[in-house]
Structure formats: C-alpha cells, structure tokens
Design a protein around this ligand. Structure first.
Ligand SMILES: NC(=O)c1ccc[n+]([C@@H]2O[C@H](COP(=O)([O-])OP(=O)(O)OC[C@H]3O[C@@H](n4cnc5c(N)ncnc54)[C@H](O)[C@@H]3O)[C@@H](O)[C@H]2O)c1
Length: 415
C-alpha cells in the first residue's frame, strides 16, 4: 500500500498539487472529476477505480480528451479494476471522489476516512441500516481528522434553495407545519442482460433495479427532495407510513424495485411531510418541494417563491443565472482544502439517506415504522466485502419464472 501522502492537518493552507482519485467511473464519477478539475487548476487525476474495465476506459478517454495528459495523469499502473480496486486508488490520492452505486459507499467511505483523505461522495450514502451506522461512525473519525467531506445533495449548494432557507430561518413563513415533496418522472435507464454476464455482473451493470445496490428510486433520486424537507424543518422524522408498488415496471430487466411510493413522514414537532415519487411514463412530471408554515408558504424547484397567506409574495428568486450547484460543490470543497476550513456534510447525508430508507421500509411493509425501531435494527442487504466476486450469488436471486422477488405490502417485514 502506498503511504498516505500528507496528513489531513498538513493540507491546511496548502499550495501543493492535489492528487485526485475517482472510484466509480460512470456518468457521475466522470462529471464530478470534471468539476473537481475545473474547481482548482492545481489538481491532477492520478488514479481511477471501477468494477469494469470498459467503464474506466471510457471515462479515462473522455477526461483525457478534455483535460490532456498533464491533468489526467493516470497511468496503466494506476487504473484499478475489481471489487477491491477502491483501496488501491484511494491510497494514491489526497482527495477522492466516491461515485459507485450507493450500496458500496459505506465501505469506500470508511476506508477513505481511515486513510485520511478528503472526500466528495455522492448521495445516497448507503442502502441499508448497517451501512448508515458505518457511515455515521466513520463521520466521527472524519471530524476528528479534520477531513473535508462534501456530499452530492446539490440543492444544499444551490443559490435558490439557500436563499429560501435563509428567509425561512429568519421566520418569513413561521414554523413549517406541512409539506409536499415530489420526484415524479418517467423513469431511468435500463441496462439489459448480455449472455456473457454472470448474474453478479448483470446486477452490477443494471444496478438501478436491485435494492442492495440502489435502494429503490425513493432513495436514489427522491432523497434530494426528502433532504430539502429535513433541511428546512431542521430535524428528521420520528415515523413513516406509506404505500407503493409496481404498475408498469414489469419488464425482464426491471429487477425488484417499485415504480411508485407515497409516504407520510411525521416530524418531532408534529409537522407532516407527504412524499411522492413515481417512475411512470405519460403521467404528471413534477420534481419540486412545497412547505406550509404558520405565517406563509414556500415553493422550490430551482426557483424559490415565498408567500404570505394574503397571497402576497415575500420573496421570489428566479434562479436563472445561478451557478451550477454541481460545480459549486467542488469549488467549495477545494477552496476549503486550500484554506484549512473544514466542511463535513456526512451527518445530514446519512440521516437523509436514512429518512428515505425509512420511507422504503414503510412502503414495502405497509406498516408504520418509527425512526427508533429502524435504527435499532440490524437491517442489512449488502453482502460483506469478502462475499463479493463476479461469480458469487448476489443477495437477490432470479426465480425460475425469470423474475425477481418483489416486496409485498402486508407480507414483507423489515423490523
Ligand atoms: N447528485 C446527483 O444529482 C446525481 C446524479 C447522478 C448520479 N448520482 C449518484 O452517483 C452515483 C453513481 O451514479 P451514476 O449515474 O454515475 O451511475 P453509473 O452506472 O453511470 O456509474 C457507476 C459506476 O460505478 C462502477 N462500479 C460499480 N460497483 C463498483 C465497485 N464496487 N467498485 C468500483 N466501481 C464500481 C460501475 O461500473 C460504473 O462505472 C449514484 O449514487 C447516484 O445516485 C447523483
């Protein structure tokens, strides 16, 4: 193992070239690397890790064309492929980007923190409760080590959301008592099975449809809107109940996830948030958040509009010229590393991930589940690292009729 280059403390006010590694070289890993390289001109990509060589190579070619060999300084010896590749890439770097499917995030995050690296990691941060606990424990260590951890819940770095938050904190709409958060869209990609794939490779490639890897779309996408509710209310729900199922998601490459969820989250102060997410074509598309306070309302979707109950506008942020929040995340991360400021988004990232898991538990089981019950459980769907090879049997097994087991409300139990 290559020695860690500098301790986190030594980065304070550093002017050194920062060595970057990306773990998970798909769409977001490539995008986040571009943003990191744009954020700070003295950053070089020195290592890449992916479960699949073709994914790594595509990303490498794409990045090399844009930034050239000086900044994409990844050599054949620092391109790592396989389940264990993350360790080798992390060892090479000062700053790491963690952008695999979320099932792997806890183990990657834990290792990066142990090695004293600064981190950009994507949401969600886990797919099960055991993973959440691992992330929260590692978060404490990250704090002790003064590591920067920026998380890809980009609404927290988006001007319109930040401005609305400031007004809410100043009391513009009073206390939030209810809200509605939405990710209703037509759905996402499908990566069909190929004859040469093992079952494990198939699930890893088509990861969106398998819960141990993805966590279902209530977690994978709708976390963004659920996180806005937690952020604006300033707390996390005490319980959730809801319903969901699959009406149109019934193709052979659709794995086991639902195509709609509706959840009612209750917060400690009694506020109720209704959360809905849908992946169905030709239906109402809506990705936004609305909250009602004791004195007024707020609506956010990249714009933000605050009104009182006379219907008068208190604040309107159009958001058209705001900086891309994906870029702002990296601008802030590298500025903090350079200046010695420490940003650590892990706790809210883990707790908003947990909120979405709680919602999924409620829709899958059809029961009311409390935060306390869920956190007291040892609910685990991701295999241990030593159980993962391209030939091992994944935690979800194809049935003889060619379908996967799908959660059934009233039958499926979680806690
Ligand atoms: N914040 C946002 O708006 C946003 C947008 C897109 C994606 N994301 C998040 O980014 C993450 C990745 O999404 P994506 O769209 O880039 O997916 P993707 O499928 O394009 O990329 C994932 C990559 O990880 C690789 N991988 C899988 N398992 C691995 C392992 N164990 N070790 C190393 N590499 C592994 C895959 O081969 C693939 O190249 C997800 O958590 C997703 O939610 C966030």
């Amino acid at each position: 193992m290559a020695p860690s280059l500098l301790s986190a403390q030594a980065y304070r006010k550093t002017e050194k070239t920062l060595r970057l590694a990306v773990i998970g070289c798909g769409g977001r890993g490539t995008g986040a690397t571009k943003q990191a390289l744009k954020a700070d001109k003295d950053v070089k990509l020195v290592a890449m890790a992916d479960a699949f060589e073709d994914q790594l190579e595509n990303s490498y070619q794409n990045l090399s064309k844009i930034f050239g060999a000086d900044r994409i300084a990844v050599k054949a010896a620092t391109k790592f492929v396989g389940f264990g590749s993350y360790k080798k890439a992390i060892d090479e770097a000062d700053v790491v980007i963690l952008t695999t499917p979320p099932g792997f995030r806890p183990q990657h995050f834990e290792y990066a923190v142990q090695q004293g690296k600064h981190i950009f990691m994507e949401k969600p941060v886990a797919t099960d409760v055991v993973g959440i606990k691992k992330v929260l424990t590692a978060a404490k260590l990250a704090k002790e080590k003064n590591l920067n951890v920026v998380l890809g819940l980009q609404r927290r770095y988006q001007e319109s959301y930040l401005k609305a938050y400031d007004h809410i904190k100043q009391g513009a709409i009073g206390d939030i008592v209810s809200g509605q958060v939405y990710w209703n869209s037509g759905g996402v990609w499908v990566r069909p099975r190929k004859p040469e794939y093992t079952e494990m490779e198939y699930q890893m490639r088509n990861w969106y449809y398998f819960n141990w890897l993805c966590g279902d779309h209530i977690l994978e996408q709708h976390i963004h809107n659920i996180d806005v509710a937690n952020w604006y209310i300033g707390d996390y729900p005490v319980k959730a109940q809801g319903m969901g199922g699959r009406e149109v998601r019934n193709g052979k490459d659709h794995g086991q996830i639902f195509d709609h969820h509706f959840v009612e989250f209750t917060y400690p102060n009694g506020a109720i948030i209704s959360s809905q997410c849908r992946h169905q074509q030709n239906c109402l598309t809506r990705v936004s958040e609305a909250f009602q306070g004791t004195k007024g309302t707020v609506y956010t979707d990249g714009r933000s509009v605050l009104k009182n109950y006379q219907g008068e506008e208190i604040y309107n942020h159009k958001g058209e010229n705001d900086k891309n929040p994906y870029q702002v995340e990296h601008d802030r991360l590298f500025a903090a590393i350079r200046s010695g400021e420490v940003i650590n988004n892990t706790e809210y990232g883990a707790k908003s991930t947990m909120t979405a898991i709680l919602g999924r538990m409620a829709t899958y089981s059809g029961r009311e589940i409390t935060w306390e019950q869920a956190m007291a459980s040892d609910f685990k769907i991701v295999p241990n690292e030593d159980e993962l090879t391209y030939n091992s049997v994944p935690p979800v097994v194809l049935k003889t009729d060619g379908t996967y087991p799908i959660p059934v409300p009233g039958v499926t139990k979680f806690v």
